[in-house]
Ligand binder design. Structure first.
Ligand SMILES: [Zn+2]
Length: 636
């Protein structure tokens, strides 16, 4: 029997008060969320909910799936509402509150009498409702609106959007299912499944959980729904543009899927819902599938910085160990979805392999997706660049910016968790978490300069002495952690399970737990089957993966090699891009002396010494444009 054992703390019960995330969260609140709103407004996404809105001729001409992204406009607005709501939950702001009310009123009046709500199929293509679940994102948009409604309700206590989305979910529930007259369908882009779990929790209505389970269980069954609906449309299913239902993870029933395949964002949203449902229903089959898929993903198809989905052509997975660097797609949304999935797995199975990946993606593949000023974004996150890849203010398909905004606005949810008897610390971030354990309020206050520094002190604050287990993650990247309780060293091997240390005792107010998580500069090598990284090395320190940028080097980056014996020294550079630890050392550069007029020769190239400076990957592309590399030549 699987049970969800570890629940995140409510947002208002957690604070972040550090020099790394707190400024970024302020930028997210003050710059990114308003920037996204301006873009939504300027592109017509808000007005599309107005009854008198009319699309321009170009939008009409492009039609469904003629390259138009208008059909999932609603999801962009929804993710912005979700981000703004999380922000409001922690930072009351009457102006923000009022703006949300205005947008929500517009959405509410756009709802049809039967509960249906989708701007594309209301204004542009009303005759085609529910006719192409494979491609047209209707349920996907509904899912994002549901997530927005739950976030707004939990932040404000207002049921305005929640009631709208309950009516829509009820409409969807009447349309889809196994009963006669219902469609046995599910969305080509998973999303509504995890959203319905949230709606069930927020409302206490079990029927939404059942609908989620229906969508997940029905996926990939034969006769295949996407074949049948194609025939009803008069299309030949064999002409599906993606060629295989692996693209949307409906090639097999979800429990039977052996490998992560297809579109990466769709995959991790689906797996997130599978993890949720395995907890809700004690469904060991779903949990087994999640674990199998997790292992496959993280041992064969994940970039060193936590990015997933190597290929642009399917925005997703290709084959094992196919991890090209310069053409890496590694969509920001996919890394965010990986965090969603990891977070859900942790609630079922407290194992640091999930947290390690969550943290890796967060500090690297996700954080690179947003500029330091909060108003420019990467959609794809390559691990090497010739200097032409830059963050942009917006995209034709702008899924990533509001996804980043909602993740950063809800970051506090990822730091702690609790069960009935234990308090859990997943991430080390200065601030505090307030737990309720056995009827007692327990506050853990973290004092640390993590992620730059190895020391973390946890202060236990209690109203009266309380017995509970304190579970602390010992990061997988850390080879030699040390933990002391009130100065006394803890034996980590005896008290750790799956990378989490458990200390049970009667805790007193003022107790201190001190962790030292040494973070030396480390070289990382790829599995020999990763052809793209043959003979190369990457650099890592603590949770960060590093890269070289041309602006710090005189010779071209692809000429630089790092000797195995070269020391790299970490140094905090307070004035560089908000302050960061850079790595400095001596490498060698291949010399082109003696190569005039020669393309090949018997003699090996000579080398010259050269200084190497590496910066954290998230920070690249903030200075003079130039090339970038995560993997650099290794000289043996
Ligand atoms: Zn995206």
């Amino acid at each position: 029997m699987v049970r969800q054992r570890y629940t995140p703390l409510p947002l208002p019960h957690v604070t972040i008060a550090d020099s790394f995330w707190a400024p970024r969260r302020a930028v997210n609140r003050e710059r990114t969320i308003p920037h996204i709103y301006r873009q939504l407004l300027a592109t017509g996404r808000i007005d599309a909910f107005r009854p008198d809105w009319s699309p321009d001729a170009e939008t009409r001409r492009r039609g469904p799936w003629g390259g138009s992204t208008v059909m999932f406009w609603d999801s962009d607005v929804a993710k912005w509402i979700e981000a703004a709501s999380y922000s409001l939950a922690m930072h009351p702001d009457p102006q923000f509150d009022g703006l949300l009310d205005e947008v929500i009123a517009l959405i509410a009046q756009a709802q049809h009498a039967d509960g249906y709500l989708n701007t594309w199929f209301t204004t542009i293509d009303p005759q085609d409702r529910w006719k192409n679940l494979r491609d047209w994102h209707e349920l996907y948009c509904a899912g994002h609106l549901i997530e927005a409604a739950v976030a707004h309700y939990e932040a404000t206590g207002k049921r305005t959007l929640l009631d709208v989305l309950c009516r829509y979910a009820d409409h969807i529930s009447s349309m889809f299912g196994p009963e006669p007259g219902q469609k046995r369908g599910y969305c080509g882009h998973p999303e509504i499944e995890l959203a319905l779990v949230k709606l069930a929790h927020a409302t206490g209505e079990r029927r939404y959980m059942e609908l989620s389970r229906y969508f997940v269980d029905e996926r990939g069954r034969q006769p295949h729904y996407f074949d049948e609906e194609a025939r009803v449309r008069g299309d030949d299913p064999a002409t599906f543009w993606a060629r295989s239902y692996e693209y949307n993870q409906s090639h097999l029933p979800v429990r039977e899927q052996p490998e992560v395949v297809g579109h990466a964002v769709r995959a991790v949203y689906l797996y997130s819902a599978m993890a949720d449902l395995s907890a809700e229903y004690g469904d060991a089959g779903l949990l087994d599938a999640c674990k199998r898929l997790w292992t496959h993903l993280t041992t064969k198809r994940t970039y060193v910085m936590g990015g997933i989905g190597a290929s642009r052509s399917n925005e997703g997975f290709t084959s094992d160990y196919d991890l090209p660097n310069e053409s890496a797609y590694a969509e920001t949304c996919a890394a965010i979805g990986l965090i969603f999935w990891a977070h859900r797995m942790l609630q079922l199975d407290l194992d640091r392999r999930y947290t390690d990946m969550l943290e890796l993606a967060l500090y690297n593949a996700v954080l690179s997706g947003v500029s330091l000023d909060g108003e420019a974004f990467f959609y794809d996150n390559p691990l090497a660049s010739t200097g032409t890849h830059h963050r942009q203010a917006w995209f034709n398909c702008p899924c990533c910016p509001p996804n980043l905004a909602r993740l950063l606005a809800s970051l506090v949810a990822y730091i702690y968790a609790q069960s009935e008897t234990d308090a859990v610390v997943h991430l080390y971030i200065q601030g505090a978490g307030q737990f309720q354990i056995d009827g007692q309020r327990v506050t853990l206050r973290q004092e640390t300069n993590y992620p730059w520094d190895s020391s973390v002190v946890l202060h236990v604050e209690l109203e009266r002495p309380t017995s509970f287990g304190l579970r602390l993650r010992l990061p997988g990247w850390c080879a030699a952690p040390q933990v002391r309780v009130n100065g006394a060293m803890v034996d980590l091997t005896a008290a750790s399970e799956h990378g989490y240390l458990r200390i049970e005792r009667e805790w007193q107010d003022g107790d201190q737990v001190a962790l030292v998580l040494p973070m030396p500069v480390e070289r990382v090598y790829a599995h020999p089957a990763v052809v793209a990284n043959a003979g190369q090395v990457a650099l890592r320190r603590g949770p960060f993966v590093y890269c070289l940028e041309q602006v710090d080097h005189v010779v071209p980056l692809d000429r630089i090699a790092l000797p195995e014996t070269a020391d790299l020294t970490p140094r905090f550079a307070p004035d560089l891009l908000g302050g960061m630890v850079v790595l400095g050392g001596s490498g060698v550069a291949l010399d082109d002396a003696g190569w005039d007029g020669v393309l090949y020769r018997r003699d090996r190239p000579t080398t010259q010494p050269c200084a190497i400076t590496a910066i954290p990957y998230y920070a690249w592309d903030h200075r003079e444009p130039g090339s970038m590399r995560v993997w650099i030549r290794s000289q043996t």
